[in-house]
Ligand binder design. Structure first.
Ligand SMILES: *Cc1c(COP(=O)(O)O)cnc(C)c1O
Length: 361
């Protein structure tokens, strides 16, 4: 098998150690004679897996008992609907912080259920893109909650300051941000994340919600999206995606073994700095996002000469560097370097970028 580094934005690469373990126990999990995929979600074996997975996530993010962890389906886009239907409580308004592609998608979906205040925070000054700080957000008095997206996977921007507004419920789409750095859960009413970026395989969506916010869903909400029903059934109201759940659990154990969030955060900083340094040291590679809002998970850049874009991708692939093409909405390149991407992968990409610039710049 060729050794390659996969920079896909999602579904993204998983830790090699985790895939090896999953491979080893694929046909016979824990000497039960079946794979974990083939047993009931109500079996004591799977319930044990589900509880450990939840506890490990609780440990990693220091989630207090006043918060419930739900394992949902329907992806982050499912939550674009589930959030308003569970949290609006007859309120007509919600604040939607609009920082880019995904937060705008969440806002559009919310229009089915309420009147979202479109709070645009993306600004351009001297050719640099930056995002307004939480203290500069134009929050309304009448909204049921504030929705934002701390890491715009496609735009390559991040908001590092955690928003705090007195008595306001903060909801975060953490799909490409969760577990990448330390956060204080108590600043949030609810955060959600599709697994396929920084957790595990696609199919499972994690919702972490303050318990007092559960139980106010609107009547027509499908039961599978109802936080109260999910919570009452330990996220097993309907059959959950058991394999994704199990594999996410292996990733959590891997992360704990690596020293938890503290260590991975340092590594993520190191990895992204390496790439941004190369970009900033050259006129050949361009990223025009202000330093304070640059994503450490999704590094977007384009070539000064856009005619070289496709050639760059072809050559990169020959060097074993895959999936660097930017999202079609933005173009250019995107290197997604989630937790599972080892430092060696980023070093390999930086070497290639230096070589390519020297050769064709
Ligand atoms: C990938 C992504 C989504 C979409 O996730 P699905 O699981 O496909 O619905 C939404 N928000 C963000 C920030 C993402 O990165």
């Amino acid at each position: 098998m060729n050794l390659i580094y996969n920079f896909s934005a999602g579904p993204a690469m998983l830790p090699k150690e985790v895939l090896h373990q999953a491979e080893k126990e694929l046909r016979d999990w824990n000497q039960i004679g079946s794979s974990i995929m083939e047993i009931s979600h109500r079996s004591k074996e799977f319930i044990q897996v589900s509880l450990e997975t939840e506890q490990d996530l609780r440990d990693l993010l220091s989630i207090p008992d006043s918060y419930e962890i739900l394992f949902c389906q329907g992806g982050a886009r499912g939550q674009f609907s589930a959030v308003p239907m569970n949290l609006l409580k007859n309120c007509k308004y919600a604040d939607y912080i609009n920082s880019g592609y995904w937060s705008n998608c969440a806002l559009i979906e919310a229009k089915k259920y309420c009147i979202p205040n479109n709070i645009l925070i993306k600004q351009v000054q001297y050719d640099k893109i930056f995002l307004l700080k939480p203290s500069e957000w134009n929050i309304s008095d009448t909204s049921a909650y504030i929705h934002y997206c701390p890491n715009e996977t496609i735009d390559g921007t991040s908001i590092y300051e955690e928003p705090k507004f007195k008595d306001k419920i903060i909801v975060g789409d953490f799909s490409s941000f969760i577990l990448s750095r330390k956060i204080n859960i108590e600043n949030y009413g609810l955060i959600y994340a599709g697994a396929q970026k920084n957790i595990g395989p696609s199919g499972i969506t994690i919702v972490i919600i303050r318990k007092d916010l559960i139980g106010y869903a609107c009547k027509m909400l499908p039961s599978v999206f109802n936080y109260h029903i999910l919570s009452k059934h330990n996220s097993m109201f309907n059959t959950p995606p058991t394999f994704s759940w199990y594999l996410s659990g292996l990733v959590f154990k891997w992360l704990k073994k690596k020293g938890g969030i503290k260590n991975i955060e340092k590594l993520n900083e190191k990895k992204s700095n390496l790439l941004y340094q190369i970009i900033d040291d050259s006129d050949f590679y361009i990223n025009n996002i202000d330093k304070k809002n640059r994503s450490r998970m999704n590094i977007v850049f384009h070539l000064h000469d856009s005619k070289l874009n496709n050639f760059f991708l072809e050559e990169a692939k020959k060097f074993g560097l895959h999936a660097l093409k930017g999202h079609y909405a933005i173009g250019g390149m995107r290197a997604s370097v989630y937790n599972a991407m080892p430092l060696e992968g980023v070093q390999s990409l930086s070497k290639f970028m230096l070589y390519f610039e020297k050769r064709y710049g």
